[in-house]
Design a protein around this ligand. Structure first.
Ligand SMILES: [Zn+2]
Length: 128
């Protein structure tokens, strides 16, 4: 098991501040969640030198937080953009559905929720 990076535990008020940055949405995919199910993502991962401060934290859903893990925002975007190619290569059910027109292969660039909404301006509120 890899070493665990030290991170602080947020207070209820700090979690609320992170939650409010995107109005209850995941900063990446934009799905809605409750304060209780929100996960806190370090925008610049701690393992890549990111600070353990509120200004480096965004709300994320479990799935995006899991996939992003220790990736930067740009690396995470590249991973998401690879998904259609991976599915075409490894998933016969996906290929079947595309062949029969049930799914449409779409290789458009990935735009994250914080980019679509311009919410990234609030990512820097570093009032701890
Ligand atoms: Zn998400």
């Amino acid at each position: 098991m890899a070493e665990k990076t030290e991170r602080r535990r947020l207070t209820k008020e700090q979690r609320q501040l992170v939650f409010d940055k995107m109005g209850g949405h995941c900063a990446y995919c934009g799905c809605e969640f409750s304060l209780q199910t929100m996960q806190v993502d370090h925008i610049v991962p701690l393992r890549k030198g990111g600070a353990d401060t509120l200004g480096n934290m965004w709300p994320a859903c479990r799935s995006c937080n899991h996939y992003k893990h220790t990736l930067t925002v740009q690396q995470f975007r590249q991973e998401v953009e690879k998904a259609p190619n991976r599915l075409m290569r490894y998933d016969t059910t996906y290929r079947l559905a595309v062949r029969f027109g049930l799914l449409e292969l779409n290789r458009k660039p990935v735009t994250f929720y914080f980019e679509r909404t311009g919410a990234h301006g609030r990512g820097g509120a570093d009032n701890e």
